[in-house]
Design a protein. Structure first.
Length: 241
């Protein structure tokens, strides 16, 4: 596939260390906007945007029915509407959003539905609307821990290729691409088990032997300040043409 100019799978060796919210507010004009978040998870970033920007409304969609049920119990975010659908079948009117957000969720869309997802994103965006696609980069110490039970190298490549196809289709223009690293800290291995292994959105099938390997690799990266990792990320910002 011929990738659009300047689109890169992996970023430079030197990257800023910052948080996703800082990147978001640097790249996106939230004031007064209608926002769709695809794959909102437990709504951590949904909450940040709702509480710390002047966004008008957020529709936060999640395909994991168990997590969606939990999200419906959130009652202190009046700007947010929680709903359940996938990126490939968005339950919304044409041209109804200024911004579409995907935080580490594109690679969870089935490969054969990724192009349909971008067609849907294009449909629901207003003319000139923005699609913010944030994906983890397959590199680094934390990645070496995770790949034992959740090797996402291929699906992340498929997601990257789908971004390229969306741009090559002529439906979107690339506003820019930003690489950054965010810091992830764990107090114990049990946090990894609870937050990344024992999850409702994926079937991990971790055997006792695998769990030992995961723990050993996790502990091998321990630093004097504790279990601290810098996780690489790539953001592709697209504008609807």
């Amino acid at each position: 596939m011929n990738l659009p100019l300047n689109l890169r799978l992996v970023g430079p060796a030197e990257q800023p260390v910052t948080g996703e919210f800082q990147v978001l507010t640097e790249l996106l004009p939230f004031a007064g906007t209608q926002v769709l978040e695809l794959g909102c998870g437990a709504a951590e970033k949904t909450r940040q945007i709702a509480e710390r920007t002047e966004v008008a409304r957020i529709v936060a969609a999640e395909v994991d029915r168990i997590q969606h049920g939990k999200n419906l119990g959130i009652t202190d975010l009046p700007k947010v509407q929680f709903t359940a659908f996938g990126a490939e079948a968005i339950d919304a009117l044409d041209q109804s959003f200024d911004i579409v957000l995907m935080f580490k969720s594109l690679h969870h869309v089935p490969r054969e539905l990724m192009d349909a997802a971008f067609a849907e994103i294009h449909r629901v965006l207003k003319p000139g609307g923005l699609a913010y696609i944030s994906e983890p980069v397959f590199e680094g110490e934390f990645n070496e821990v995770i790949r034992i039970f959740n090797d996402e190298e291929e699906v992340r490549k498929h997601a990257f290729a789908a971004v390229g196809r969306a741009l090559s289709s002529g439906r979107f223009a690339l506003v820019g691409e930003k690489f950054f690293r965010n810091v992830v800290k764990f107090q114990s291995f049990e946090q990894v088990e609870h937050g990344l292994i024992n999850v409702t959105h994926s079937e991990r099938n971790v055997t006792p032997e695998m769990l030992v390997r995961i723990r050993e690799r996790f502990e091998s990266f321990k630093k004097p300040e504790g279990h601290v990792f810098e996780v690489s990320n790539r953001v592709d910002l697209l504008r609807k043409i």
